[in-house]
Design a binder for this molecule. Structure first.
Ligand SMILES: [Zn+2]
Ligand SMILES: [Zn+2]
Ligand SMILES: [Zn+2]
Length: 272
C-alpha cells in the first residue's frame, strides 16, 4: 500500500518526525500531517493506523512493529471487541450481506508476534482459517467450523475493516463458492476471493465516509480508500480495482449485483 504522499512545496512543513528538523525541499507526509525528510532511508509506520512513527517515542510491539500514541490509547481489546464485531456485521448486512453465519466462526484477537509467526506477509492484520470439514452445530445446522483472527492493537475502524475482509472469506466458504474451493489451485480464483474480500473493507470505509462522522474519521477512511485504489498488489489490490470498475459507482444497486455475481462465480471474469 502507498502510505505516504510526496509533497513538492515545503513552505508549510512540520518538523520531521525522525530528526526533528524542518525538511528542506521534498518530504514525505502521512495522512495525519506527520512529515519525514526524504533522505531518511527507512520510515517506520504505526502497525495500527499506518501513520509515521518515530522509533524513539512510539511503543515498540514486536520486530519492526511500533504503535503510535493514538493507537496505544484507542485500540480494540478482548473487553470491547464484540461491540465492533457487531457494528462491522451490521454495516455488511446493510450493504447486502444478510447471510453471514457468524455462529460458525470463532473470532479471536492475535498479537503481532503470533501473527508474524503464522503469516509470512509482514503486513497481515488478520486471517481466516477453517478448522474442520462441514458438520452439524448445536442448532442442528450444517456448516464449517472456522476461525477469524484480528490483530490485537488496531484502532476501531481498522479492526472493523480487517474483520470485514476476513468474515467475507467465511461467507465464501459457508456458501461453497467455486472460487473459494479453488483458492489454492488457481491464481484467478485466489484473485477473485481476495479482491472480493477487499470489498468488505471498502464497505466499512464507504459507510464511515459520511457527514454523520467527524472530519478525522472521514479523512482517515478517504486516505484508506485511496490506498486501496492505488495498490499495485496483484492478489488483493488490482483484482479489487478491476471488480469495482466493472460495477458503475452511480448505480445504487451495485452492491447487490456484485454480491449476486460473486455467488455465481462471475467476478472471476474481471480478474483474469
Ligand atoms: Zn528528518
Ligand atoms: Zn497508530
Ligand atoms: Zn483475504
Amino acid at each position: 500500500m502507498l502510505l505516504f504522499n510526496l509533497i513538492i512545496n515545503c513552505d508549510m512543513a512540520n518538523r520531521c518526525i525522525i530528526c526533528g528538523s524542518f525538511p528542506l525541499g521534498y518530504y514525505y507526509e502521512d495522512f495525519r500531517g506527520n512529515v519525514s525528510c526524504v533522505h531518511h532511508n527507512y520510515i517506520k509506520y504505526c502497525c495500527g493506523c499506518g501513520c509515521f512513527v518515530s522509533p524513539s517515542t512510539a511503543k515498540h510491539i514486536h520486530g519492526d512493529g511500533y504503535l503510535c500514541a493514538k493507537c496505544q490509547t484507542n485500540h480494540v481489546t478482548y473487553a470491547n471487541k464484540d461491540k465492533f464485531i457487531n457494528t462491522s456485521l451490521g454495516i455488511l448486512y446493510k450493504y447486502g450481506f444478510q447471510d453471514i453465519q457468524k455462529d460458525w466462526v470463532r473470532i479471536n484477537l492475535i498479537s503481532l508476534k503470533d501473527i508474524c509467526e503464522r503469516i509470512p506477509e509482514m503486513t497481515a492484520h488478520g486471517f481466516h482459517t477453517e478448522r474442520t470439514i462441514s458438520q452439524v452445530n448445536e442448532r442442528g445446522r450444517f456448516g464449517f467450523d472456522q476461525e477469524v483472527y484480528v490483530l490485537d492493537i488496531l484502532p476501531p475502524i481498522v479492526f472493523m475493516e480487517v474483520f470485514a475482509h476476513e468474515i467475507l472469506h467465511a461467507w465464501q466458504l459457508q456458501n461453497n463458492l467455486n472460487d473459494y474451493s479453488d483458492y489454492h489451485n488457481d491464481i484467478i480464483a485466489q484473485r477473485a476471493c481476495e479482491g472480493f474480500a477487499n470489498l468488505g473493507s471498502y464497505i466499512i470505509y464507504d459507510y464511515f465516509d459520511s457527514e454523520n462522522f467527524n472530519d478525522e474519521i472521514r479523512k482517515f477512511v478517504q486516505h484508506r480508500m485511496k490506498c486501496m485504489f492505488e495498490s499495485k498488489d496483484e492478489i488483493y489490490g488490482l483484482p479489487f480495482q478491476k471488480i469495482m470498475s466493472a460495477y458503475p459507482f452511480d448505480d445504487k444497486s451495485r452492491w447487490l449485483k456484485l454480491i449476486k455475481d460473486a455467488r455465481q462465480s462471475k467476478i472471476r471474469e474481471y480478474v483474469k
